[in-house]
Design a protein around this ligand. Structure first.
Ligand SMILES: Nc1ncnc2c1ncn2[C@@H]1O[C@H](COP(=O)(O)OP(=O)(O)OP(=O)(O)O)[C@@H](O)[C@H]1O
Ligand SMILES: [Mg+2]
Length: 289
């Protein structure tokens, strides 16, 4: 017993002629006890007993579980908070006297609900990377305008991007899709919006293209004080580290967002190269002294 040998496991293995296993925790340690019967000519002649300290394995498992539960709890609270913000704004929108205030508030509510949706989808998924088109599809579903026949087409499947970037990227795309549905199909009942995504391990891009009336003459990314393009610009340039190109004529508008590649293996390679470079620099500067 000093060694942690457990006779009952051995006896059971001998009697049942089958391997037996038992996990016991004593004084903060977890020990796994195994007994395997040994045979000679169909007769049990003894048993092999294995005692293994698995405290570490079990503890690590518990830590991971606690982390998972905590994360889920945080997600849950963020979701509740976003809902609280939404309903506060909704209350204010109901009280607003003029139409402009109502509209501004309802746009804010829409933006928050998109963040909440993506957040919820991210919380359900596991891991650092998420399926871009899977999330975008569900967000686009929310954006359908009942008064217009606008079709959304999502190309570029099977891309996974870091969960960290997903909310920013979704907000950018939804602003652009919203613009297309709101401004591109003036005087028309139908229109097409295409969302295309590419990542070729050097660079990634997302394009939102419509076949609408085109941007107003003289309109630029920096002109006007409207919020939509400002959100797009800020998120792309400052959050995602990319840049924007707009093309527009009477046959429609295309907004293309260029981003650093999301390709995992390429990023790792680049990280390694950067580390190597830093190491080399450090070495050459220390040997130079
Ligand atoms: N796809 C498009 N087709 C035609 N015009 C567009 C398109 N996207 C934007 N515009 C024009 O550019 C202007 C600026 O867009 P922006 O998203 O910055 O503001 P908004 O949509 O008017 O307001 P907000 O986005 O803050 O609700 C729009 O008012 C519209 O005139
Ligand atoms: Mg807009």
């Amino acid at each position: 017993d000093e060694l942690g040998l457990d006779e009952s496991v051995i006896m059971e293995a001998l009697r049942g002629m089958l391997p037996r296993e038992k996990e016991v925790s004593e004084r903060g340690a977890v020990v796994q006890k195994k007994a395997i019967p040994l045979f000679q000519d169909d007769k049990v002649i003894g048993a092999l007993a294995i005692v293994r300290d698995i405290t570490d394995i079990r503890q690590k498992g518990r830590v991971i579980k606690i982390k998972e539960i905590t994360l889920q709890e945080i997600h849950h609270r963020i979701k509740n908070n976003l809902q609280a913000v939404s309903s506060l704004l909704r209350m204010q929108a109901r009280r607003a006297r003029n139409e402009e205030a109502k509209e501004v508030l309802s746009k804010a509510i829409n933006r928050i609900s998109i963040i909440a949706t993506v957040h919820d989808l991210l919380a359900k998924g596991k891991g650092e990377y998420v399926d871009f088109s899977h999330i975008l599809k569900q967000v686009l579903e929310m954006m359908k305008d009942e008064n217009k026949e606008v079709s959304f087409e999502l190309r570029g499947r099977g891309f996974s991007i870091p969960a960290d970037d997903m909310i920013s990227l979704t907000l950018v795309i939804t602003e652009l899709v919203q613009n297309a549905t709101e401004h591109a199909f003036i005087g028309r009942q139908e229109g097409k919006v295409l969302i295309d995504f590419h990542d070729d391990s050097q660079m990634a891009w997302v394009e939102v293209r419509d076949d609408g009336v085109g941007l107003p003459p003289g309109f630029g990314l920096h002109s006007g004080e409207s919020l939509g393009f400002q959100i797009v610009r800020t998120l792309v340039e400052e959050e995602l580290g990319g840049y924007i190109r707009i093309r527009s004529d009477r046959r429609g508008t295309s907004v293309k967002i260029y981003l650093p590649t999301f390709n995992e293996s390429h990023r790792e390679k680049k990280d390694k190269e950067e580390k190597k470079e830093i190491n080399e620099k450090a070495q050459s500067s220390s040997s130079g002294r």
